[in-house]
Design a protein around this ligand. Structure first.
Ligand code: BES
Ligand code: ZN
Ligand code: ZN
Length: 519
């Protein structure tokens, strides 16, 4: 054993020496490898290599397991160790801890812990290699290449477009598995969420309503055969009598846009569509009910609903999902000005209902009210709206899960099932009459845009307000204010705007497709 160890150590040393020779051309284009290890059941600190890691270990005559042994006992879930120079093609190898190999769906956590562990570990490995300026990384599929790809693509995302000093661009590829289709699917899911993150993170002077619509148009251009895009102007919005939407837009110099996307993926063009609506406030200052300036910058992401909805449609198109989807995004800024709506003003929504606007900062529900009325014209199978609607949602659930308010047990089941797979969780919230009463009691109009007991149950009164504009039997409102941004809670997302729950929306649409084909 001692002889073997010495031989290994000297081979490692030789390789290290070779790798550090600056004249070697491969140093410029450095390749890295991420390999997984599971914790051995009932054997504290012992590890077992994934299939690809074991194959790699064989190819280097057991060097990897030897070095892991030397490095010390155990490799905890989400931690990594880097080994240099053990393989000629991979100067840097990151070995990542995947936790227990039998982790699966966890009832208490409402997610698939095995998948989450893979996303986490792979993201950590890829990021470590990025710090070492490795520009191409091969990744162990860890038995679930889709989750591995999601971990890699989500983990490496960084919004540094506007910085002079940028992190090195890293390309990734599946290592040691033939399941490339699952890997590719994971890449598309991850890139979908990254598109939403990009739109949310970008400053509001870059992503105006007009720029938002053009970006989505560009992203959908490769799928033009199955997609139609309409960027409706202010004149169209006026014709549609969307008085609630216009009352928000009118405080700003930026013109509003009502973005309408049709993805025709089903072989049956007459199949009722899934209808997605996203709140698209590209900046929420609060309007005349001005927000405090601390953290107001985060309100550049108040178009997170529109971003996740549109990114889901781009992703559905890239995946060729056999389902029809319509996306609607009312886009505008909420600004104070001499022309802005004032507290106490009364406006009329598309369906004729009048609304007393007692707080101009409760603007999301106003623009969604008109979009929801319009949505019904398409006789959809289901309507799902997504919105960074209330600070109260963040107070209720924090960033653990998106709050779902729905009139449909069937729709809830579908969304919940999808979220267990993606790990981007949802949690059901109430739509009691108790809350409806608080928004239908208005001194001047049919509705008031804030609940009469001010902050109590704020997420629930907002949902109750939206319900006043819904007659469809399958409707869900997703309040994503709590999951809008990430500090370090989701370990495979860096700090910043999260793009959540794009993957859950995509998974939901993907699971819905075969059901709709059967009906
Ligand atoms: N966009 C905000 C909600 C929000 C807050 C999203 C924090 C993400 C993080 C929304 O338009 C808003 O201002 N809502 C008010 C409603 C209140 C005036 C009834 C709120 O939550 O304070
Ligand atoms: Zn607001
Ligand atoms: Zn808002």
């Amino acid at each position: 054993m001692l002889v073997v160890r010495k031989a290994v150590q000297s081979a490692v040393r030789k390789n290290i020496n070779r790798s550090f020779s600056a004249s070697r051309p491969h140093l410029k284009e450095r390749n890295g490898l991420v390999l997984g290890v599971f914790e051995k059941e009932g054997d504290e600190g012992a590890l077992h290599l994934t299939e690809s890691a074991a194959r790699f270990d064989q190819s280097v005559c057991g060097k990897l397991s030897e070095l892991l042994h030397i490095a010390g006992p155990g490799l905890k879930k989400g931690k990594n160790r880097i080994f240099y120079g053990i393989h000629q093609d991979f100067p840097c190898v990151a070995v990542v801890g995947l936790g227990k190999s039998d982790s699966g769906v966890c009832g208490a956590e409402n997610w698939d812990a095995g998948k989450e562990n893979i996303r986490h570990a792979v993201s950590v490995g890829c990021r470590s290699l990025q710090e070492l300026e490795v520009s191409h990384v091969e990744v162990d599929g860890c038995g679930d290449p889709q989750s591995a790809a999601e971990g890699a693509v989500l983990g490496l995302f960084n919004y540094d477009q506007l910085k002079s000093k940028k992190k090195i661009k890293v390309t990734t590829q599946l290592h040691g598995s033939s399941d490339v289709d699952c890997w590719k699917k994971g890449v598309v899911y991850g890139e979908g969420q990254n598109l939403a993150r990009f739109l949310m993170e970008a400053p509001a002077n870059h992503i105006t309503p007009t720029a938002f619509a053009s970006t989505i148009e560009e992203k959908l251009a490769p799928h033009a055969e199955r997609v139609t895009i309409s960027k409706r102007s202010q004149a169209w919005i006026e014709e549609q009598q969307m008085g609630a939407f216009l009352s928000v837009a009118k405080g700003s110099e930026e013109p509003p846009v009502f973005l309408e996307l049709h993805y025709n993926g089903s072989p049956d063009s007459k199949q009722p569509p899934l209808l997605l609506v996203g709140k698209g406030i590209t900046f929420d200052s609060g309007g005349i009910s001005l927000k405090p300036s601390v953290s107001m910058d985060a309100m550049r992401a108040d178009m997170g609903g529109a971003a996740t909805v549109c990114a889901s449609i781009v992703t559905a198109a890239a995946l060729n999902l056999p389902v029809n989807i319509i996306g609607l995004a009312p886009l505008c800024e909420n600004m104070p000005s001499g022309k802005a709506t004032k507290p106490g003003d009364v406006v009329r929504a598309k369906n004729g209902k009048t609304i007393q606007v007692d707080n101009t900062d409760a603007e999301g529900r106003l623009i969604l009210a008109d979009a929801l009325c319009y949505a019904h014209a398409f006789h959809p199978k289901a309507i799902v709206n997504v919105a960074t609607l209330t600070g109260a949602m963040d107070v209720a659930l924090g960033s653990a899960a998106t709050g779902v308010f729905t009139n449909s047990d069937w729709l809830w089941e579908q969304l919940h099932k999808a979220s267990v797979v993606t790990g981007d969780r949802v949690w059901r919230m109430p739509l009691f009459q108790h809350y409806s009463k608080q928004v239908t009691d208005s001194q001047l109009a049919d509705l008031n845009n804030i609940g009469k007991y001010s902050r109590s149950g704020g997420a629930c009164t907002a949902a109750a307000f939206l319900r006043e504009f819904v007659t469809a039997p399958h409707w869900a409102h997703l309040d994503i204010a709590g999951v809008m941004s990430n500090k370090d809670e989701i370990p495979y997302l860096r700090k910043g705007m999260s793009g959540r729950p794009t993957r859950t929306l995509v998974e939901f649409a993907a699971k819905l497709a075969p059901q709709l084909l059967r009906t």
